[in-house]
Structure formats: structure tokens, C-alpha cells
Design a binder for this molecule. Structure first.
Ligand SMILES: Nc1ncnc2c1ncn2[C@@H]1O[C@H](COP(=O)(O)OP(=O)(O)OP(=O)(O)O)[C@@H](O)[C@H]1O
Length: 328
């Protein structure tokens, strides 16, 4: 088996628009190793789905190369399709049939005979814990049940790699946690998973490897631990009264502290990356007091993937998600 299941080299896809071309994917390089859960993390409109659609042969790139299971997606789309499963954001099924019937039909569409399709459907019903509802008509399913059936549908042809576009969007915390468990189980069964997500906690908890995309370009890549290590030390977040007026006054003073590595503005908060959090907090509080600045809130935390995103892009992914109503 290929060690690298997905290889992308200088991939570009621009869409025409009245304001000039939208650079949806603007020179992306990526590698996904066999057996890993790979997370493609980025805000709304960053280019995640466009890359996914190219990899799953639904869209052709303008330039650059993409290989899935060693096959060129542009030159051999049919062969690529036989190696992949794809679960889109909207999901697939809308037939007035049960989950199990939908699975069998999907298998038959892949060319399986009824016996083979039924056996595979039963295997997936066990693996993904669908037995409670597999014999019910699909339009009676909850959002979480629907999502799990979508994942099973994507697995009918035993794909080398399963592409999941925002698998947990719109799910409540319990259903999200359940789907994460199922995704981990699939990995243990040997499937490589390529998923897109807006959610920092999802990428952190689930993925072996992450690429962060913004405006069609990869801004950071590595394991969650590697990425967070780039932001050494601890993070103090402070909210102050009269932020607009006071922040420009206080930032240069904060930067003078020997323990201060970096000061970032995040909406109406300051994020201070420091060496020794406890000591730093007391000195920061003393400085605010001297400057007669009123503190609204202060927290100390370990650096998160959002800190990585903020450093690379100057914006907070958590804030962007909140604006889009996608906060977790
Ligand atoms: N068919 C299209 N025609 C024109 N512009 C498009 C088309 N598809 C995508 N775009 C634009 O390309 C950019 C990238 O979109 P894409 O859907 O890949 O982002 P995304 O990261 O998947 O976002 P989301 O998280 O919202 O799904 C966006 O600016 C989008 O509006």
C-alpha cells in the first residue's frame, strides 16, 4: 500500500467573479500518510471544500497535481473513485427507505451483488452502532443518526481513504463525541480519514495531523502538539475597560517585560504569550494598576490551536466561528 495516501502539489483553483478571480485554492501542498486522521482546519470560505472536491474528482483543478492512493485525480478519476468514500456536508440519502436498504442500494451502485452488499451493510451497522435505527425509514432519523448513516454509506466500498466534509457540523456535543468515537474506530480498522473542520477542539482531539488553511493557502501544518509547541510558554488573556483607547497605550509597555514573548490583539482582548504565567500575571496586574487601567477579566491557559491560527493570520478562528454561528 502507498505510504502517502494523498499527495497535493502546488494545487490551484480560482473561480471567476465580478470582483476578479476568487483564489479558492492558491498553491496548496499537502501529504496525508496512510492510516492517519488528517484534519483540514480553517474558517468559512478558506478553501477546504474546494480541495476536497478536487480530491474526490468532483472538480478539476486549474493547475498543480493531486494524487489519491497513488492515482492522479485529473487523469484517472474513475479509478480514484473506486478507492475513496466521500461524505459531503449535506449528506446523501433522502430516499423513503430504511438505513439498511440505503446501504444495500449504495453497495449495488458500487457493483456489489445483493448478498455481498447485504453482508457489508450488516458489518457497517455493527461497526458504527446503527442497529437501533437501521431498520427505520431514514426521514425519521435524528441529525446524529443521519450523520452516522452518511458515514456508513461512504464506507460501503471499503475505501482506502474516507473524506468527511465537516462531519460534526450542527451536531450536539453528545452526538459529536459519539461520531468522534466512530471515526477513531474506523482508523483502527485501517481506514485513512481526511476531514475538514471549523472546530479547533475537534482537530485537537481527533486528528493525528493538521493543516490550517486560510484564504486558499496553508498557514501551518503539523501534529496538534507540534503546532502548539510553536507557541511556547503560557497565554494570558486580558480584557480591559476602554479597550480602543487604552490598548495602544499599554501594548508597548507590556512588550518591555523580559518574560513577554509576544502580544496579540484578539478582538477586544489582548493575548500575552509569556514564559512564567503566575509571575507574569502579578507583574501585568501591577502595570495595569500603575496605568490606572481597569481590568475586566484575566485568564491563564496553555496555548491552543486558536493561538496558532491567531499568530499565523492575525485573526482568531474562535471569533470567526462565533460570527458565523459555528462556535464550539
Ligand atoms: N463554484 C464556485 N464559484 C465561485 N466561487 C466559489 C465556488 N466554490 C467556492 N467558491 C469560493 O471559493 C472560496 C473557498 O470556498 P470553499 O467552499 O472551498 O471554502 P471552505 O473552507 O470549504 O468553507 P466552508 O467552511 O464555509 O465550507 C470561497 O470564497 C467561495 O465563495
Amino acid at each position: 500500500m502507498e505510504k502517502q495516501v494523498v499527495v497535493i502539489q502546488d494545487l490551484k483553483k480560482y473561480f471567476p467573479s465580478k470582483q476578479g478571480p476568487v483564489k479558492a485554492v492558491d498553491g496548496v501542498d499537502l501529504r496525508v500518510e496512510s492510516g492517519e486522521i488528517f484534519g483540514f482546519l480553517g474558517p468559512n470560505g478558506a478553501g477546504k471544500t474546494t480541495v476536497l472536491r478536487i480530491l474526490t474528482t468532483l472538480l478539476v483543478q486549474d493547475s498543480g497535481d493531486a494524487f489519491v492512493a497513488g492515482l492522479d485525480v485529473k487523469k484517472e478519476p474513475n479509478k480514484v473513485r473506486s478507492h475513496i468514500g466521500y461524505v459531503s456536508q449535506s449528506g446523501g440519502v433522502d430516499r423513503p427507505a430504511t438505513g439498511k436498504e440505503n446501504l444495500i442500494l449504495q453497495g449495488q451502485l458500487y457493483g456489489m451483488n445483493t448478498a455481498a452488499a447485504t453482508a457489508r451493510a450488516e458489518e457497517l451497522i455493527r461497526l458504527l452502532d446503527l442497529s437501533e435505527f437501521a431498520d427505520r425509514i431514514v426521514n425519521t432519523y435524528s441529525g446524529g443518526q443521519r450523520r452516522r448513516l452518511d458515514v456508513a454509506l461512504g464506507l460501503m466500498n471499503r475505501p482506502t481513504v474516507l473524506f468527511l466534509d465537516e462531519p460534526t457540523i450542527g451536531l450536539d456535543p453528545q452526538n459529536r463525541a459519539n461520531l468522534w468515537e466512530q471515526i477513531k474506530k474506523l482508523q483502527q480498522e485501517g481506514t485513512t480519514i481526511f476531514l475538514t473542520t471549523h472546530y479547533l477542539d475537534e482537530a485537537d482531539a481527533l486528528c493525528d495531523h493538521i493543516a490550517i488553511i486560510d484564504n486558499g493557502r496553508i498557514v501551518a501544518e503539523g501534529t496538534p502538539e507540534e503546532l502548539k509547541k510553536q507557541i511556547a510558554g503560557e497565554c494570558i488573556t486580558i480584557g480591559i475597560d476602554n479597550f480602543e483607547e487604552k490598548a495602544p497605550e499599554i501594548i508597548p509597555l507590556l512588550k518591555k517585560f523580559a518574560f513577554m514573548r509576544e502580544v496579540n490583539q484578539d478582538g477586544d482582548h489582548l493575548r500575552l504569550y509569556v514564559d512564567d504565567g503566575a509571575k507574569a500575571i502579578s507583574e501585568v496586574l501591577e502595570l495595569l494598576g500603575k496605568q490606572e487601567i481597569t481590568l475586566k477579566n484575566i485568564t491563564l491557559s496553555a496555548p491552543s490551536l486558536d493561538d496558532v491560527f491567531l499568530r499565523k493570520t492575525g485573526r482568531s478562528l474562535r471569533d470567526l466561528n462565533a460570527k458565523e454561528g459555528k462556535e464550539k
